[in-house]
Ligand binder design. Structure first.
Ligand SMILES: [Zn+2]
Ligand SMILES: [Zn+2]
Length: 375
């Protein structure tokens, strides 16, 4: 098969995310990589206001591993000034600029229809020009989404909660959405878009086994909307839980639903995924029995948060603490000592917490049991 420029570029780019010093957002288990991604971004080649290379530089500054410039197929706001007929141009410019930078750019586009069905991103496409018919008219929705699937794309529904599409802000399925889900043409859904989070979209994801996505959908400079230094005010990031850093593995993980989203102080995802995150980022270490030098039946433990996000604990077990109430906030990358009144000296203690900022379903938080071994 003839290799297209796109595939050559991708193979080249993938090798460049290896071995570079990157900000670690969350600790992952051995043999798993949490790929930081923003797969919904615009440039001047649709209705964004920056050149594609700026998107690459912004992503490097934000320690993002993977981006896609998802230009609208149906409109180019700047076409009188930038009248380019090649719809792959934005990807080619960004991809050509990446060179040895520690991130990958994958080819994507936004299929942009009135609601219903609304807007859809197709990621890992080969050729955006094929989304047009011979009269240069964009394909209709069903043909567009089929073309995306023919190119091997991962397709997700953008901002189903957007108040311009749903005046009550409630994400819900229309028959056309049910049809593309039934036909396995749709694989994911944004539960977070820019500054909105939809619990209803989360429920749709859970009910239909769609991959949960969170994106910035940035149009202006990323710094004008978000600031990575203020970690509570960062761009939404979808972490893709991948076996390695190849595009194949990352794509497989997306199709498998192996994602979680960091949005403001929330971690959003299905429970099995968030369980892995909390198991690897929340640790409890025993410091033995005693309080202020007295040998008493009060256990000193250290709660450790290894992640970039806070961990908001609600202790739901039987014990009481000597200094603290059941609500304990662990700041990002911090630790806190607490004293547990276990009534008698134990060898192991189980502590059960609800993690109030880890959202696994609408109005539902992750629960975890930590076993503390006392030396
Ligand atoms: Zn859109
Ligand atoms: Zn968009």
């Amino acid at each position: 098969m003839k290799k297209t420029i796109t595939t050559i570029l991708l193979m080249f780019l993938v090798s460049n995310i290896n071995g570079q010093k990157r900000k670690q957002f969350f600790k992952s288990p051995e043999g798993v990589f949490y790929i930081s991604s923003d797969l919904h971004i615009h440039s001047v080649f649709s209705d964004g206001s920056v050149w594609p290379t700026i998107r690459v530089d912004e992503a490097v500054r934000d320690s993002i591993d993977l981006i896609s410039l998802t230009e609208h197929l149906e409109y180019q706001s700047h076409s009188s000034d930038i009248p380019h007929t090649n719809r792959n141009r934005s990807f080619q410019i960004a991809g050509g600029y990446v060179q040895k930078k520690p991130l990958a750019v994958v080819h994507g586009t936004e299929i942009t229809k009135p609601m219903p069905p609304g807007h859809f991103n197709a990621i890992f496409i080969q050729d955006a020009n094929k989304f047009f018919d011979k009269n240069k008219k964009p394909l209709n929705f069903i043909n567009g989404i089929k073309e995306a699937n023919n190119q091997g794309a991962f397709v997700f529904w953008n901002h189903p909660m957007w108040e311009a599409n749903r005046s009550d802000g409630i994400a819900k399925l229309d028959p056309i959405h049910e049809e593309v889900i039934d036909k396995k043409l749709l694989h994911g859904i944004e539960v977070v878009n820019f500054d909105t989070f939809s619990e209803e979209a989360m429920q749709i994801a859970l009910d239909n086994e769609l991959t949960m996505m969170g994106t910035s959908d940035v149009h202006v400079l990323i710094e004008w909307d978000f600031n990575i230094e203020k970690e509570s005010f960062h761009r939404p990031i979808t972490f893709i839980m991948s076996k390695n850093r190849t595009i194949k593995s990352i794509s497989d993980a997306l199709f498998n639903g192996d994602t979680f989203i960091w949005y403001r102080d929330l971690i959003i995802g299905k429970s099995s995924n968030l369980k892995e995150v909390i198991d690897n980022n929340f640790e409890i270490v025993s410091k033995g029995y005693g309080f202020k030098g007295r040998k008493v039946e009060i256990l000193q433990i250290e709660l450790i948060n290894k992640s970039v996000a806070p961990i908001s604990l609600n202790y739901i077990g039987e014990y009481t603490f000597h200094n603290d109430y059941k609500f304990i906030e662990l700041e990002p990358r911090s630790s806190k000592t607490i004293y547990v009144k276990t009534k008698k000296v134990e060898k192991t203690v189980n502590l059960e917490f609800e993690i109030l900022n880890y959202v696994i379903a609408p109005k539902t938080n992750l629960k975890t049991i930590k076993t503390v071994i006392i030396e």
